[in-house]
Design a protein around this ligand. Structure first.
Ligand code: SF4
Length: 72
């Protein structure tokens, strides 16, 4: 068992269930950014590299509202 491989996947934030805690942006600031108009987190690109920091953000999200294509 080696290090988890990275891969390009679509990521979606269910903003209805997001409680704006900021954890995702702290864990993976290159992937998750604040939308200055809605004041909600958003994914920087529709399809991103799912590396360890992104996986940590998914795991640490308190409402589990970050969804990774093929992993739900
Ligand atoms: S970690 Fe989850 S609940 Fe917190 S801001 Fe990000 S998407 Fe919202």
């Amino acid at each position: 068992m080696g290090k988890k491989e990275t891969s390009k996947r679509a990521i979606y934030i269910d903003t209805f269930h997001c409680k704006m805690c900021g954890t995702c942006m702290e864990e993976s600031p290159e992937t998750f950014t604040m939308n200055e108009f809605t004041q909600m987190p958003e994914v920087a690109e529709d399809v991103v590299e799912v590396d360890d920091s992104v996986r940590m953000a998914v795991v640490m999200c308190p409402t589990k509202c970050i969804h990774v294509e093929g992993e739900d």
